[in-house]
Design a protein around this ligand. Structure first.
Ligand SMILES: [Mg+2]
Length: 186
């Protein structure tokens, strides 16, 4: 049951799963494979990802905030069974504005110009992300949410390996989330 109007935002890449872009699909049964354009995207779920998502949903409304594109995020989340709706997936184009250099209409290249603000102004939200807090990508996301570093929880990045420390650290991550949502530890 959700008890808090503010969102818990979860990052995707290196937080809930890890993706390798390859010329051919992976034969590893643990990976999901999907094709975008000419490349195969071979993704492996973080072992604790479903546990973490379920825990967050019990505490509060839960969304994704990712620097990836919507097509990639939608397919990966669907194949992993994360069950996020369209509104619950906040992707690159939802929070970064671009301007085209060169001809603009075709050709040229996109250049980031600004970070938009979350129109919902949920300044009590929390972000769980693998980036270091002072990484420009993490700063952009906090700027979008209107939160400061005190509401940012860095999770150890997942790159396809499952070190034992992940299990111990998941408890710490859950505790940090619970403290920020309710001001209480587990
Ligand atoms: Mg990430």
């Amino acid at each position: 049951m959700t008890t808090n109007e503010n969102y818990i935002y979860l990052d995707l890449d290196e937080t809930l799963f890890h993706t390798e872009v390859r010329a051919k699909a992976s034969t590893n049964a643990k990976r999901i494979n999907f094709k975008l354009g000419t490349w195969w995207y071979c993704s492996l779920m973080r072992p604790s990802a479903l546990d973490l998502i379920a825990y967050c949903r019990d505490l509060s409304l839960t969304r994704v905030l990712t620097n990836s594109t919507r097509d990639y995020a939608t397919i990966a989340c669907d194949l992993f069974g994360f069950d996020f709706s369209y509104e619950e997936l906040v992707c690159r184009d939802d929070y970064i504005r671009y301007e085209m250099d060169g001809w603009g209409g075709y050709g040229g290249s996109a250049r980031e110009t600004a970070v938009v603000s979350d129109s919902l102004n949920r300044h009590g939200s929390i972000l769980v992300d693998n980036l270091y807090p002072d990484d420009p990508g993490a700063i952009q996301k906090r700027q979008f949410l209107g939160i400061d570093a005190s509401r940012y929880i860095q999770i150890r990045e997942f790159r396809g390996e499952d070190p034992e420390c992940f299990k111990e650290e998941l408890h710490d991550i859950k505790t940090k989330i619970a403290v920020l949502v309710h001001g209480q530890s587990l």
